[in-house]
Write a new protein. Structure first.
Length: 100
């Protein structure tokens, strides 16, 4: 059973890293919205394409026109990702510990 426990622990590590990367991308998207870069830049397009699925549900929940034109979706996405990081990753690690 220790092999399964190691596999679940590795999955927990991978989930934590993906969440961390998503947080970095959401932060980069927020910074890019302040400086208005060239939309044809490959890096800018990559950040926008990868973060849009994370941000669009929060924009539907709290549209910018309701908050005085301020887009709070990066902040809400950041909070949701941190909640997942704080709750889900330790839960996966604890589950992996029970399989050993």
């Amino acid at each position: 059973m220790f092999v399964l426990g190691n596999l679940v622990q590795a999955i927990g590590w991978l989930v934590g890293e993906v969440i961390f990367l998503a947080i970095i991308l959401v932060f980069a998207r927020a910074i890019l919205s302040w400086v208005d870069p060239d939309p044809n830049n490959g890096l800018v397009r990559f950040v926008r394409v990868t973060t849009e699925p994370l941000l669009s549900p929060f924009r539907k929940l709290l549209p910018p026109w309701r908050t005085g034109g301020i887009d709070l979706s990066p902040l809400l996405a950041f909070l949701a990702l941190k909640l997942l990081e704080i709750f889900l990753v330790p839960t996966i690690y604890q589950f992996a510990g029970t399989l050993r």
